[in-house]
Design a protein around this ligand. Sequence first.
Ligand code: SF4
Ligand code: SF4
Length: 386
Amino acid sequence: MAEVALVSCREYSLRTVKDNILEAAGLIGFDPACFRGARVALKPNLLSAVQPDSGVVTHPVFFRAVAEIVLDHGGKPVLIESPAVASLENAMHAAGYDPIVRELGIAVADIREVRRIACRSPKLFTYFDIAAAFFETDVIVNIPKFKTHNLTYITAAVKNLFGAVPGMRKAQMHMRFPGREEFSEMILDLYGAFLAGFEPPKRILHVLDAVVALEGEGPGSSGSPRHAGAIIVGEDALAVDYVAVQIAGLDSRLAPTVNSGFAREFGVASPDDIAVKGETIEAMRLEGFVPPRSPGMTAFLKRDLPRRIMKRLFVERPVPMEPSCTLCYQCQQICPAEAISPAGAGRKVPVFDYGRCIRCFCCQEVCPEGAITIRKAPMQWLLRCV
Ligand code: SF4
Ligand code: SF4
């Protein structure tokens, strides 16, 4: 049985967040005394260089609260993160992490150094190259943000570990596994590697920032911040993510990192294996939480129609919008399919080649202006009308 603590937290006030995280840890029997003398990896979500209130990144006050708990209990925190496209320095600066890291003396790992980690019962990958710094720590505290995600439906504890894979390697993986199900299986392979690939195995605590979540067109700036008032803590990432999906009132069957995860023998195999401590899911449930626009029938169609036709007729596409676009070309940098070119003369947005586009939505994820919207395909409009 996996225990998950669900506690209410109304605001990003340091004292409140810290007390609530400690309360949640206590509810599942996690004793912070285990940090004493340990090097503790802190893995926030710093997706890109965006402001803390965007709902896109782990809030700096939340990160600080976790770091202070580690320090208060004699641990040595090390920040390990690899943003999708921005440099870590820019992402930390924009999200307000710089003064925290300076004041508290938190080490920041060099994420360019990688080391190979083997997967347990892999489906697609037998190993991953992740930031080597994880190997030099004793305990890992994963500090994700709860967000919707146009490819994987949601992103929380399991998906946040993808940030352990340095920079552009992430985009290459999107290219290899463009579909929602296969991409999610790859993320689950990585989760399996974190569970069993270290020798000796490392203790991993997941502390989910859902005080303000992101709804709609997540996980980047196209999504909308939504006050959710929750902190979710557990040592089983699948269980943490399941509880997050439940409080958002979303359908966990559409979240393959949760649903397929139950079938992977990582620990919890169904909701019956999860014990929620603290608040009840019903008491914390959000009304009208907006899911991402996701193609429920895409996987089915992908098997039965030539990919190109299927894409054009049935799958939504990312569309850059004036006047929000500033032509920063971060979308072009991240695009694993090289489907984005500079704007032509007189045009104010980059040019997207939808024949090449694999619909990974990385461009939308990294766009700092929220300038990429998702446009439905003709058949989707038709089916909707019908
Ligand atoms: S769409 Fe977004 S990421 Fe792409 S160039 Fe415009 S502002 Fe930059
Ligand atoms: S254009 Fe956007 S959605 Fe299409 S492949 Fe490139 S990054 Fe992915």
